[in-house]
Every structure is written in structure tokens, then in C-alpha cells.
Design a binder for this molecule. Structure first.
Ligand code: ADP
Ligand code: ZN
Ligand code: ZN
Length: 737
């Protein structure tokens, strides 16, 4: 490729455009050529920043004498190819987010900082032939050297620093001595290693799975979006595995997106057991070095399989073959702050760009996805049966109106729990609210403990004795008396997981109970340990939030109880019903996966609710059809497209002023068919001490909405009132908060 004379460089920051720079004077001798997709160090204002060459040519739009030269070319070869750049440019345009920031989000931290892109291996130390021969007794006087040597003797392939640290402390010095004596030698290993296992053979696929794989294989090599729909346990993962195996045989890579890595160790374990190839796992808990390594291995094609959470969708791939988005309905694919992209949608766009198939898997596809199926844009493939038959779980709605309740649990539910425990099974109790009680209320005057910075009540966390705001993180000690009238008659209203745990402990004192929520799994490893214990049968009663509804299978759970589903039925968010239905089906999918069928109980005060009835009687299929119809009648997504312009500031007026200005700008430019609503207060007007307002844009045709945003968003950003607010644009928002 040509060496460019003028390059367009995307730099981090608020500017939507790239900036032009000249070829450095000494280009040919000391600097590699300027090519698209290489990083450069440039002067920007009075700073030096790492930028990415996203375009270029022989001359600039700006007079040459006003251009500065590139200070340094950081890559000898491009680290992003044309299609990677095209993807990032599209994403920047579609979400109206500055290109430099999009590029930044797509690169591992180390590369943003300008470090070398290629990554060497991890140093490992292994025993030398001399080391093998020397008897350990000869190191009696140096016990740590002896311990280290003994350890390395049992690991002929060598160990890295982390592995040694796990067994021997203060080992650097003794290691240096052993290296001097040539009893140990240093080598390195590639930063990602092939899994060894490959021990578990694939099952023979059933007829549905075979048909699914066949139709997908047909599409290898061209863009085809598939929706793989099947309940938990219907064998979707086996379909992914088979398809990926074929892609690998054709020397192509697979990219698999999952909602949350911490919740999917079982999935990763299955990949490792099936394929003896390096697996690049990418998620937010990686160290900078690990992330860089995984990214590099994916880019050069050394990792044939990449599994990761939403940001992994930007990972460059040497030979992309197939994309999988598992649990495509999951809202964690949408980034909810800053750069608000939806990884599923980006994956579909990228697959189109690359001309490869993309599989969206779910037991409960999102209404957007089902709408795309209806319109013939996506191909639906169904797995109607559980692969290992246990039959579908039964769904029972329990009307608790006027029933006696003990801490939020009806006596029917308690009896049912008891029966299943008595039969030796596990029981799961699901409740989407952590803490002890969501409201602390004065019985004498009606005062309630509220957050000083948000329009929200504080949740009582009994175990740590604090009142916590779930919106801004503020907390304080629990009141002994009412802040308003001084009464000590304070009531704890409503139930969170802590309270349910306590109530169940009292009801079933001999049963081991485990609670899984954000509070009980704060430390690294907590969640993993609890899940392993559950699997091993150490706990019989499982209580948890939605952490329990995702990813993990609990084969010995025969009863799942869903509490407080009513909460979401009363929500003002138009997606609440869809989310509730997905949650119910997902929780139901966790129960009875072994050879016994499961039972799901929904405890509700609204047994007449249409959503519930549709779901119970017709399953997700009937529910989603009804829900789509409602959306169409109400003029809501997926039938209309939305964008939400949000602003927040410590002064109410500042937010409002900015949005009024934006509103004027947008209305002046709006074509017919685009409606602009607001400015209106956000559902939670004050959060963390800031007043929040929003402007809702909607249109039947995406292109109209996009054109308006193209024309106006840059000017919105330069409004004088923009300086006193924090504002963001959310294209295709999934929550209105
Ligand atoms: P899903 O991803 O839809 O939840 P899985 O692929 O995890 O379903 O399959 C559920 C269980 O059934 C797994 O334990 C899997 O190994 C097993 N399984 C899947 N397909 C088959 C098959 N064709 N024959 C036997 N067991 C299967
Ligand atoms: Zn009071
Ligand atoms: Zn708060």
C-alpha cells in the first residue's frame, strides 16, 4: 500500500472529525510508511496523543503550512484493516460518537498508550537437564531453592510467575540463584496456549440440531443472520460448537459474544473441552497484559476462537468465519454510558461487512429480533425440544391476594418448597431486588428514608447495617429514629434477597441456604465458589437475583419460585413486560434440567395480567406476538426508531436550557415523519445530585432520524449551553431512565 503524504488521524476527544497531519520529514529512513490502520503519535494542542490513521491522500483540505507533521509512526504494519476501520467509522456515524473515542474503545489499553502491538510470550522457567540430575538434598541449606526446584521438577513444561507465586513465596531470589547454577532455564511461551482437553466427544446431534447446522453451513461465506431459538437445554450450544468446528476446519475464526463472562464459566469450559486450540477470552476483568495478549492473538489469527463480552465485538480478526451472539436478548450487550452501542447490532453489521453468517441465539429473542424475522431479514431456526428430555417445566401462577404472607412468602409457596426439599431436590427462589427491604418507613408520621442526592428511597441492608441508594451508591447508617418526628416505630417495608434468606432460614433451619446477588459475591472468586458448591450439592436452597437466571444450569433444581414479578408489571418502561417474560422463561429454564421435570411458581397480586396469561398459556411465542402487536399499535420500537438526547446538570435550568436549544435546532431541521418530544424530566429526575432531562426523537424510518442527527448533533455539541451540562445521545435506547 502507498505511503501517504497527508493522513487523516482520529484522536481521542470530542471532535467528530479526524485531523490532518503531514508525513514526517524523515519518513523514509527512520519511520515506517504511513498506512491506514497504523497508530501515530501526533501533537494535538499542546499535548502529544496516540491517534489512528483512518484515511489519507496526497493533499489536505487544510493549507499545508498549517499542518503539523506526524511525530512518530508507532506500528510497522497496520493493526486494523480496511474493514475494521470501516466498521469503526460506521459505528461512529450510527451512534454519533466521536471516531477517536470509538477507536479508543476498540483498542486494548496498552495500545491506546502507544505500546508495541505485537506481544512477546510470557516468561516461564523450567528445570534444566542438570537440574533433573541434582538431588534435592544437596540444597538442604537453601530450602526455598529446594522448594522451587521440587516444584519445577513436577512441571516439566515450566511455570510462569503467577503459577510459581501460587505455591512458593519470595521466589525471585532463589530463582536467580538456580538460574546462575544452570539448574533452571528461562524460556517463554506464547501468551495464549491451546487448551489440552479435547477429551469430550460431541454428542450426535438430533434431527433439529442437524437441520439447524446444515442450513447454517450452507451460509458459511456469505452474510446471513440466523435466529437460533430454543429453550435452555434444547442444544443451541451444541449447534454453535458444530458450526464453529466447521469454520475452524476451513481455517476461519469464530467470534462468540456472551452477556457476562462471570456467569458463563460452563460455556467456556465446554469450548475448552471440545477444541484443542488457543481460546482468546475477552472481558472486563482481564489485566491490561492479558487483554493485549488475547487481542493480539485474535488479530494475527493465532486464536481461532474468541469468546468475549460486548466490547469483544470490535476485536480484529485475521480470518473471520462466523459470529455467534448467545442470549441475544440480554440487555448487557448494550453499553449504558458514554459510547452507547449495542454489541448485537454491531455484530450483525460487522457480519454484513465481512460477508459471514451471524447466529443470534436465545430462548427468548428480543422483540426487535423477532420483528426482523417477520420482515424476512433474519432467518429463524428453531430447536423445539430439550436435547436431554426432561419435559418442559410447568408454570403455575399463584394468586396471593388476601393470602397470609410471611415476609413476602405465601404459605402455599412455603409448603411447595418444603415438599421439594423433602424429596431431596434443590429449590431456587428468585427475587430481583437485593438488600433486606426497599423502604424504611415511619409508622407514626409517614416519613421514609430517602437519598439526599436522588429522587429515590434508600434500601435497607440489614447485614451491614446501612441504608444504601441503589442509584448513586450513597450509604449511611440505619436510622434508629425517624428523622422527621423522632419516633422509633420504623417499619421495614417490602422484601429483598436478604430478608427472604432470613425468612427461609427460619422456616427451614436444617437446610443449607446460599444467596447469590451482588452483595454476596463482591470478592473475586465468591461467585465461582458458590456456583461450584451448588453444583456439588452443598446447598439445597438457592436465593438470588438475576445473576441466577443467566448462563448457569442447576440440574437438581426441581422448583423455581419467582417473587415480586408484579414490580415490573407496574413499571413505566415500555420494555418491562418483555423483560419480565424473558426473565420468567430464563428462570424456568434453570429448573429440572436433569431427568426430572421442573416446576415454576409465579407469586403475584395480578393473576389477571395479560402478560402472565399469554405467557403461561401460550409460552413466549404467543406472548411475543401479542407484545409486538401492542408495540405496533402504540407506535413503539421496533415499529419506530428512537433516539434519546439526555442532559444532566447540578442546576435544573442548565439542563432545560440546553435541551430547549437542542430542540429548536432539531425542529428547524426536522423532516416530516420525525417527532420530537420534550424536553421532559427523566423518569428519575434527580440522580447523584444532578437534574436530568431528555428529548425523545422518534421516526418510522431510521434513515430520516439518522439524517436529522447527522445534520444537527455536531451543532448541538457546540451550543453555548452545552458547556454547563453533561449530555449524551442514545441511539436505540433500551432504557428510558
Ligand atoms: P442450550 O445451549 O440450548 O441451553 P445445550 O447445547 O447446552 O443447550 O444442551 C443442553 C444439554 O444437552 C447439554 O448438557 C448438552 O451437552 C446436551 N446435549 C445437547 N445436544 C445433545 C445431543 N444431540 N445429544 C445428547 N446430548 C445433547
Ligand atoms: Zn416519623
Ligand atoms: Zn442516590
Amino acid at each position: 500500500m502507498d505511503d501517504l503524504s497527508v493522513v487523516h488521524v482520529a484522536v481521542p476527544g470530542p471532535a467528530f472529525d479526524s485531523f490532518d497531519y503531514l508525513r514526517p520529514p524523515s519518513s523514509s529512513t527512520t519511520n515506517p510508511p504511513l498506512r491506514l490502520g497504523t497508530r501515530v503519535l501526533v501533537g494535538f494542542g499542546d499535548r502529544r496523543v496516540v491517534g489512528m490513521i483512518v484515511g489519507g491522500g496526497q493533499r489536505s483540505r487544510v493549507p499545508a503550512k498549517r499542518l503539523r507533521p506526524v511525530l512518530k509512526v508507532l506500528d510497522t504494519e497496520p493493526i486494523l484493516d480496511r474493514r475494521d476501520l470501516e466498521l469503526l467509522q460506521w459505528v461512529s456515524r450510527y451512534y454519533h460518537y466521536p471516531l477517536g473515542e470509538v477507536v479508543k474503545a476498540a483498542l486494548p489499553t496498552r495500545l491506546r498508550q502507544g505500546n508495541e502491538a505485537a506481544i512477546a510470550g510470557t516468561p516461564v522457567w523450567r528445570i534444566s537437564p542438570d537440574g533433573h540430575d541434582v538431588p534435592l538434598e544437596s540444597l538442604r541449606r537453601a530450602p526455598r531453592q529446594a522448594a522451587l526446584l521440587a516444584l519445577l521438577k513436577t512441571h516439566p513444561d515450566g511455570l510462569d510467575a503467577a503459577q510459581i507465586s501460587a505455591t512458593v513465596s519470595n521466589w525471585r531470589q532463589p530463582l536467580a540463584r538456580l538460574l546462575e547454577k544452570r539448574l533452571v532455564e528461562e524460556t517463554s511461551r506464547p501468551c495464549l496456549e491451546a487448551a489440552h482437553a479435547a477429551s469430550i466427544p460431541a454428542p450426535n446431534l438430533n434431527a433439529y440440531q442437524t437441520a439447524a447446522v446444515d442450513s447454517m453451513l450452507d451460509a458459511l461465506g456469505r452474510f446471513t443472520p440466523f435466529v437460533l431459538e430454543g429453550v435452555t437445554g434444547s442444544g443451541k450450544t451444541e449447534v454453535y460448537l458444530k458450526l464453529i468446528e466447521q469454520a475452524l476446519l476451513a481455517s476461519r475464526q469464530a467470534l462468540v459474544l456472551v452477556p457476562e463472562i462471570a456467569l458463563t464459566p460452563q460455556l467456556i469450559a465446554r469450548f475448552r473441552a471440545r477444541f484443542s486450540v488457543p481460546l482468546a477470552v475477552m472481558h472486563s476483568a482481564l489485566s491490561d497484559g492479558e487483554r493485549h495478549c488475547a487481542w493480539h492473538m485474535a488479530r494475527v489469527g493465532a486464536a481461532p476462537i474468541v469468546i468475549g463480552t460486548r466490547s469483544a465485538v470490535f476485536t480484529p480478526l485475521a480470518a473471520p468465519g462466523v459470529f455467534v451472539v448467545d442470549e441475544e436478548h440480554d440487555s448487557s450487550f448494550k453499553q449504558q454510558e458514554g459510547f452507547r452501542y449495542h454489541a448485537r447490532d454491531v455484530a450483525v453489521f460487522r457480519a454484513r461487512l465481512l460477508g459471514i453468517p451471524v447466529i443470534l441465539g436465545s430462548a427468548t429473542p428480543s422483540l426487535e429480533t423477532l420483528y426482523n424475522v417477520q420482515r424476512g431479514r433474519y432467518r429463524r431456526v428453531r430447536l423445539p425440544e430439550r436435547a436431554r428430555r426432561a419435559g418442559a417445566p410447568t408454570l403455575e401462577v399463584v394468586d396471593v391476594r388476601r393470602c397470609a404472607m410471611d415476609n413476602g412468602l405465601s404459605s402455599y409457596v412455603l409448603t411447595q418448597v418444603q415438599q421439594h426439599l423433602k424429596a431431596g431436590d434443590q429449590v431456587l427462589v428468585f427475587l430481583n431486588r437485593r438488600g433486606y427491604a426497599p423502604l424504611l418507613l415511619c409508622h407514626d408520621c409517614g416519613w421514609a428514608a430517602s437519598c439526599a442526592r436522588c429522587d429515590a428511597k434508600l434500601t435497607l441492608h440489614a447485614a451491614k447495617g446501612r441504608l444504601c441508594c441503589h442509584h448513586c451508591g450513597a450509604e449511611r447508617p440505619v436510622n434508629v429514629e425517624c428523622s422527621s418526628c423522632g419516633s422509633t416505630a420504623l417499619l421495614r417495608i417490602g422484601e429483598g434477597t436478604e430478608r427472604i434468606e432470613q425468612a427461609l432460614k427460619k422456616a427451614f433451619p436444617d437446610v443449607s441456604i446460599v444467596r447469590i446477588d451482588r452483595d454476596s459475591t463482591r470478592r473475586k472468586g465468591d461467585l465461582q465458589k458458590k456456583l461450584t458448591d451448588i453444583e456439588g450439592g452443598a446447598h439445597r436452597l438457592l436465593i438470588g437475583t438475576q445473576m441466577l437466571s443467566k448462563g448457569h444450569d442447576f440440574p437438581n433444581v426441581t422448583l423455581a419460585v419467582i417473587l415480586n414479578i408484579d414490580h415490573s408489571l407496574y413499571s413505566s418502561d415500555f420494555r418491562a413486560a418483555e423483560r419480565a417474560a424473558q426473565l420468567i422463561v430464563q428462570v424456568a429454564g434453570r429448573a429440572g434440567r436433569g431427568d426430572r421435570p421442573g416446576k415454576v411458581i409465579l407469586q403475584t397480586h395480578r393473576p389477571d395480567q395479560l402478560l402472565l396469561n399469554n405467557l403461561v398459556e401460550g409460552g413466549y411465542e404467543v406472548f411475543s406476538r401479542m407484545a409486538l402487536k401492542e408495540r405496533r399499535l402504540a407506535g413503539l420500537p421496533p415499529y419506530r426508531h428512537l433516539a434519546l438526547l439526555r442532559a444532566e446538570a447540578t442546576r435544573q435550568e442548565a439542563s432545560l436550557n440546553f435541551l430547549r436549544g437542542a430542540q429548536a435546532l432539531l425542529s428547524a431541521n426536522a423532516a416530516s415523519g420525525v417527532s420530537i418530544l420534550g424536553p421532559a424530566p427523566a423518569p428519575m429526575e434527580r440522580r447523584a445530585g444532578r437534574y436530568r432531562f431528555q428529548l425523545l426523537l422518534s421516526a418510522q424510518y431510521r434513515t430520516k432520524l439518522q439524517r436529522l442527527l447527522d445534520n444537527c448533533i455536531p451543532s448541538v455539541g457546540t451550543l453555548p449551553s452545552a458547556r454547563s451540562v453533561r449530555w449524551t445521545l442514545d441511539v436505540d435506547p433500551i432504557e428510558m431512565l
